[in-house]
Design a binder for this molecule. Structure first.
Ligand SMILES: C[C@H](O)CC(=O)C(=O)O
Ligand SMILES: [Mn+2]
Length: 340
């Protein structure tokens, strides 16, 4: 494969990884990690609450630190990397977006459920007016086939998205499915196509390579797999793999390895791994950020967390419906009680 692919990586540990550490980032951690990623020449670094701007709440989990302080800290030490923010319309507002842009965020990633791209119009247009690079982020892409995905991606492109991402929020897609969907997106869109994977089925790397082979050029990773569920495509591994394939990312492979080992690993509450819960998320097609919510509900109601996740998958519960996790756990606990 040619090394002229213009692959640009976005590091998401300071946003997607927020789910894995219950949104407890400090200014010091964000400053240290951003400074090091900037030195390693990572093009984009996403910083926000795990559920995007305005996500800090009882429903999604309260942040330890105001995300605007985290964004400000990241911007202050990044003279090469651009700081990106995630925004889910309905959680984050246009006002939140303006605040982030004022602080120096240069990229807005507007995320919707894969069938609801139409709600991103105002936010993508505003981000453009603010002079930001814009990304449309189609979450839970495994829930639809190529045709629907293309239809929704085209909407985002028509609103002005510079890139549209296929987002495998549940880590449920397999390489042949990513390949087929990416091919369809590339055929129908003129903007960049991106891929965001989760490693719940241990295929995030294979999925990412399939996406790149089909023409995706905007790729997400999380260093040391610090993302929701089992984490995302592991950035330092991806950089090394792409370098071996002759594909340039511009990221310094030794430096990114060192950040993973020396700066990120020490802040993890536990190593990011595929355990029975994260595996069940990929298997059942459940939103990766539900992991800690399901763990808590499992303890509270004494129900196997896999049963909760399987039921959430059956009911096709999506982001924004976190309250259903408690409902499902309570229901299952009630059924178990009746049965005994
Ligand atoms: C709000 C979600 O965590 C966005 C994301 O990273 C995904 O859907 O995956
Ligand atoms: Mn994610």
């Amino acid at each position: 494969m040619s090394n002229q692919l213009d692959i640009k990586l976005t590091e998401v540990a300071l946003r997607d990884g927020s789910h894995a550490i219950s949104h407890q980032y400090t200014v010091e951690q964000v400053t240290n990690i951003t400074k090091a990623l900037n030195e390693a020449r990572v093009p984009y670094i996403e910083v926000t609450h795990g559920d995007g701007l305005g996500g800090s709440s009882l429903q999604y989990g309260r942040s330890l630190t105001d995300e605007l302080k985290l964004i400000e800290a990241a911007v202050s030490v990044a003279d090469f990397s651009k700081i990106a923010v995630l925004l889910l319309p309905g959680i984050g507002t246009i006002e939140n977006l303006k605040e982030a842009a004022n602080l120096g965020a240069k990229m807005a990633r507007v995320a919707t459920h894969v069938t609801e791209a139409d709600v991103s119009k105002q936010h993508i247009e505003t981000a453009k007016e603010l002079g930001m690079e814009t990304v449309g982020f189609l979450m839970m892409s495994h829930m639809v086939g190529s045709e629907k995905l293309v239809e929704q991606a085209k909407l985002m492109e028509s609103y002005g998205a510079d890139t549209v991402y296929m987002v495998d929020s549940a880590g449920a897609l397999l390489p042949h499915e990513v390949r087929e969907r990416t091919r369809a997106l590339k055929q129908e869109l003129s903007c960049h196509v991106g891929f965001h994977g989760h490693n719940n089925l241990s295929v995030a790397m294979g999925n990412t390579l399939a996406a790149i082979e089909e023409g995706a050029t905007r790729i997400d990773g999380s260093i040391r797999c610090l993302g929701a569920g089992a984490g995302n495509t592991q950035t330092e591994v991806l950089v090394a793999v792409l370098e071996k394939m002759g594909i340039e990312t511009g990221v310094d492979v030794y430096k990114i390895m060192d950040i993973a080992e020396d700066i990120v690993a020490p802040i993890l509450p536990k190593p990011q791994e595929i355990d029975r819960d994260s595996l069940t998320m990929g298997y059942a097609g459940v939103y990766s950020s539900f992991l800690l919510h399901a763990n808590r509900a499992s303890k509270k109601f004494g129900v196997d967390s896999r049963d909760i996740l399987m039921e959430l998958g059956r009911r096709e519960i999506v982001g924004g419906q976190e309250d259903m996790i408690i409902d499902v756990a309570a229901e299952l606990a009630g059924k178990e009680k009746t049965a005994t």
